[in-house]
Design a protein around this ligand. Structure first.
Ligand code: 8OZ
Length: 385
């Protein structure tokens, strides 16, 4: 997307949200990103993106950047029913249709590459094998699988199998294949999902990584797999089309770390070695921001630390509305703001922000699974006239 695409959205000069920004190879006309959102609506069998998925993304093409829903790089990398993959011919064809449709609508779209690690279940794994993880530690909670009647069902997690060190290159190769497949599917870049308690986050956080080889122990070792995958993705895409997503202080999927400031401070600083397109951070103060409560000082310290350590383009996601997004940009806490539920429910979110229009509310009951309802039937302002 280039600056010439802004004609439909005239900007108010004092508004940071509507000022252009560089993101790796691209210049974006404004700073509103569509966050990656799992919707569990891939076509079955085969977890293949469909025309409905293409319509959903194209409806949201006015985002300065769309980050695709998390997309498994392999069957082993899948952790929820009906999420799309990027490892089969049919999936590549489906995604090519998505990217073509988004590009025709003027959008820019990165693919989020995903391996869930232990956040899975044998029912989702090839040959019903155990999910893999840095260490054999069972997460508390439940996996979302498809039951015998074809319905979604929550079942308790199992104890995963710890990866042998000899298998780690195979994990990297899964990401390499995903990154190559994303390239031939016509994406504009890739985001490495290293957040929310999935495989790379399981390596990073000390409570899920009890290894005593070169992938465990020190923070250098716990970050090694992420950095190897960043290197591999850059070989395929160039650093200026690769982003990384992190969730420092996140607790989703039973994750925690003994010293988050040391861990995530190191990673944020280390990522300066690559001129990445961006770092995408899930706001550890999201809940407080959204409810208007006083944020946890540790969350604010973490945000400051990341901003200081990482010198590239920073996207923050979580808990923002138009006003708080604008305020945080003005305070230089981030370069872009990503919106999830608001984009889900408002396909034309930038136009609604620009004109201070009302927002549709997101319907939680249709977040995961199903069809067009709660997916492609949210209205734009133009449709409401
Ligand atoms: C919610 C439900 C299923 C998956 C994440 C990919 O947390 C997800 C996800 C979120 O990053």
């Amino acid at each position: 997307m280039t600056l010439s695409n802004t004609s439909s959205l005239p900007t108010t000069p004092e508004e940071r949200l509507f000022q252009p920004v560089r993101l790796g190879r691209y210049t974006l006309p404004y700073r509103i990103v569509m966050a990656p959102l799992t919707r569990s609506r891939a076509h079955q069998p085969g977890n293949t993106p469909s025309h409905l998925n293409a319509l959903y993304y194209a409806q949201r093409a006015s985002a300065a950047l769309i980050v695709s829903e998390a997309t498994q790089v392999s069957m082993q990398g899948q952790g929820y029913a009906w999420t799309p993959g990027i490892h089969s011919r049919e999936q590549i064809d489906g995604w090519r249709n998505v990217t073509n449709t988004v590009h025709e609508a003027g959008g820019l779209i990165f693919m989020q590459l995903w391996h869930v690690g232990r956040i899975s279940h044998p029912a989702l794994q090839p040959d019903n094998m155990l999910p893999v993880a840095p260490s054999a530690i069972k997460p508390s909670g439940e996996a979302f699988i498809e039951n015998k009647n074809g319905k979604g069902e929550m079942v308790p997690f199992v104890t995963p199998r710890a990866l042998q060190i000899e298998e780690i290159p195979y994990i990297v190769r899964q990401y390499v294949r995903g990154a190559k497949n994303a390239l031939i599917s016509g994406f504009d870049g890739v985001e490495i999902h290293s957040a929310n308690g999935y495989l790379l986050d399981q390596f990073i956080n000390s409570h899920t990584n009890r290894r005593n080889d070169e992938y465990g122990g020190s923070v250098e070792n716990r970050a090694r797999l992420l950095l190897e995958i960043v290197d591999a993705a850059i070989e395929i895409w160039g650093a200026d089309r690769v982003g990384v997503r992190l969730s420092p202080l996140g607790t989703f999927n039973d994750i925690s770390d003994d010293n988050p400031e040391a861990t995530f401070g190191y990673i944020a600083e280390k990522l300066n070695d690559y001129p990445l397109a961006y770092l995408h951070v899930i706001n550890p103060a999201a809940a407080a921001l959204e409810s208007g409560a006083t944020p946890d000082p540790a969350a604010l310290r973490m945000l400051k630390l990341i901003r200081e350590k990482f010198h590239g383009t920073l996207i923050l996601a979580g808990g923002f509305d138009r006003e708080t997004a604008e305020a945080w940009l003005q305070q230089d806490k981030a370069d872009l703001i990503a919106f999830g539920r608001k984009f889900l429910a408002n396909p034309d979110l930038p136009e609604r922000f620009r004109t201070r229009a009302h927002l549709n509310a997101a319907d939680q009951t249709t977040f995961y699974g199903g069809s067009a309802e709660g997916y492609t039937d949210y209205t734009s302002l133009a449709q409401e006239l």
